[in-house]
Ligand binder design. Structure first.
Ligand SMILES: [Zn+2]
Length: 231
C-alpha cells in the first residue's frame, strides 16, 4: 500500500499513485501537446491541448475517458467547424505523449527499443526492434541516429523528394538526415511504441543457486531457477 501527501478519500480524487512514466506522459502532453496539428490558431491549439491533457490524465487514472476515441469526440464536439481528422489527431497526440513520457521516465544512459505496431509502415518497420540510448536533450555527445531524447521529433520534417509514401525508396526515408528516430511517434498516425530494456540482473553465482536449491529441496520447497534475463 502506498500513501502520499494529500492522499484522501474526500471528494473524487482518484485513488491511484501514478507511475513515473504516467506522470511524465501527462507532463509531455502539457509541454508538447498538439504540436502535430497544423494551421490552427494559438487559442484553438491551447484549448485542444487542454482537452488532450484531460484525456491523458483520465488514461493514467484508468478512467473511461482515457481513450483516443473519447478525445476524438471531445475535439469534434468543440472544433467540428475546423473539419480536421480528429480520430487521427487524437490517436497521434495520445501516442506522442505516451512515447515521449516513456523516454522522459528513463535515466540518461538507459536503453529503449522501438516496436512497430503500424502494420508495415516503412519507417517503423525499419526501426522495429532497434535499440536506442536515452540521453539528456542538451547532452554534448548526443547522436541523432543512435540516441533519443525528450522532445526529439520528426514533426514538421518533410521527407525529401523521392521519399513520399508512394515513392520507391520510402522505406529508406528513416535513414535520411532529416528523418531521425523520434522520441515520440515516428510520423503522424504512427502506432509504434517504446519499451524499456531492463538492466541485466546482477549475476548470481551458479554455486549459490545450487546451494540454495539443495536447502529448498530438503524442506520440500520448490527450487529456485536463475531468473531469465530478458533480451
Ligand atoms: Zn509507423
Amino acid at each position: 500500500m502506498d500513501v502520499w501527501v494529500g492522499k484522501s478519500n474526500i471528494g473524487r480524487a482518484p485513488e491511484k499513485a501514478l507511475t513515473r512514466a504516467e506522470m511524465k506522459t501527462i507532463e509531455m502532453a502539457e509541454v508538447f501537446g498538439m504540436r502535430s496539428v497544423e494551421d490552427v490558431s494559438g487559442a484553438d491549439r491551447a484549448q485542444m491541448k487542454a482537452l488532450l491533457v484531460e484525456h491523458v490524465k483520465a488514461d493514467a487514472f484508468g478512467m473511461k475517458q482515457g481513450t483516443h476515441r473519447a478525445l476524438a469526440s471531445a475535439l469534434f464536439a468543440e472544433f467540428a467547424v475546423l473539419n480536421l481528422d480528429f480520430e487521427e489527431i487524437a490517436a497521434t497526440e495520445m501516442g506522442e505523449a505516451r512515447n515521449q513520457g516513456m523516454i522522459a521516465a528513463q535515466e540518461p544512459g538507459a536503453h529503449v527499443r522501438w516496436r512497430d505496431a503500424c502494420d508495415g509502415c516503412p519507417s517503423c518497420t525499419a526501426l522495429n526492434g532497434k535499440t536506442f540510448r536515452v540521453v539528456a536533450p542538451d547532452s554534448p555527445d548526443r547522436n541523432a541516429r543512435t540516441d533519443v531524447w525528450v522532445g526529439k521529433s520528426n514533426i514538421g520534417c518533410v521527407p525529401g523528394p523521392g521519399y513520399g509514401p508512394d515513392d520507391e525508396g520510402y522505406d529508406q526515408a528513416w535513414a535520411q538526415p532529416h528523418w531521425f528516430p523520434a522520441a515520440g511517434l515516428q510520423h503522424v498516425g504512427c502506432r509504434g511504441n517504446w519499451s524499456a530494456i531492463p538492466k541485466a540482473d546482477p549475476r548470481v553465482s551458479p554455486e549459490f543457486v545450487e546451494w540454495m536449491d539443495e536447502i529448498l529441496r530438503k524442506h520440500h520447497l520448490k527450487p529456485t531457477s536463475p531468473r531469465k534475463i530478458e533480451e
